[in-house]
Ligand binder design. Structure first.
Ligand SMILES: [Zn+2]
Length: 249
């Protein structure tokens, strides 16, 4: 087979994945054999879960589409799709449960704080993350692009920012979660749901001042941690308001 050229054009913020060393939004590659469009894309550094629409010579295709001759490839991330080909999107935006890798502890806490279901184990190895992702049907959150490129990953996202609050806003945007937020309904320590609990039931576990000043309590159904609107509460509330605000803009 004679070598042929593919030209990729990255839309939205997909150039995030090729910024270092590559030539920007437009990439040209020479191929010597029939190659799936997914392999072409990932060879350029963009993990497949980040791609929502692929147009090859103007026509929408799936990841396994084989490229065998010169082609122009347009790549769109979630949220930056053109208005046409709406039915050809490759990513689901219905994910409501996540698994975060060991480096994203602050992001995991933030997402739990706004009520989202996030599996997180700081010691989890890649294999365990992928296992949890598959078994519990969770979307994978990781900044490890190689991991995101793993063939078993169906849905996932690489936070662009290194700041946990900005990452939180990114995830809420990417998975369209603004309508699903339910602050203070989930334990930030273990991810289990919180339950209202009467003061009399837990009064023996409370510090003297907490006993006096607070009436409303929630208890984690997993680890038993007790939550009340103490001084840390207003700080958390501010963080949540900030996240809501940023997600709206
Ligand atoms: Zn808990």
């Amino acid at each position: 087979m004679n070598p042929f050229t593919v030209r990729l054009n990255l839309h939205g913020d997909l150039d995030f994945f090729v910024r270092s060393g590559a030539q920007g939004r437009r990439i040209e590659r020479s191929l010597g054999e029939k190659t799936s469009v997914k392999d072409v894309i990932e060879a350029c550094g963009v993990p497949h879960p980040e791609i929502d629409l692929i147009l090859v010579n103007g026509q929408p295709v799936d990841f396994d589409y084989a490229i065998a001759s010169s082609a122009d490839i347009e790549l769109y991330p979630v949220g930056a799709r053109p208005t046409t080909f709406k039915e050809k999107r490759l990513q689901l935006s219905t994910d409501r449960a996540f698994v975060a890798d060991g480096h994203l502890g602050r992001l995991a806490r933030n997402l739990r704080l706004v009520g989202l279901d996030v599996a997180y184990d700081p010691k989890a190895e890649d294999e365990q993350l992928l296992y949890t992702m598959k078994r519990e049907n969770r979307a994978l959150l990781t900044r490890d692009r190689r991991l995101l490129m793993h063939a078993v990953v169906r849905t996932g996202y690489c936070p662009r920012s290194q700041n946990a609050n900005e990452q939180t806003v990114e995830v809420i945007h990417r998975f369209d979660l603004l309508g699903s937020l339910a602050p203070f309904t989930r334990c930030v320590r273990c991810n289990a749901p919180l339950q209202m609990v009467s003061k009399t039931e837990i009064i023996e576990k409370l510090e003297p001042l907490t006993k006096i000043y607070y009436e409303q309590f929630r208890r984690c159904t997993g680890c038993g941690q007790i939550y009340w609107p103490g001084s840390h509460f207003s700080k958390l509330q501010m963080r949540i308001d900030q996240i809501r605000l940023n997600s709206n803009s």
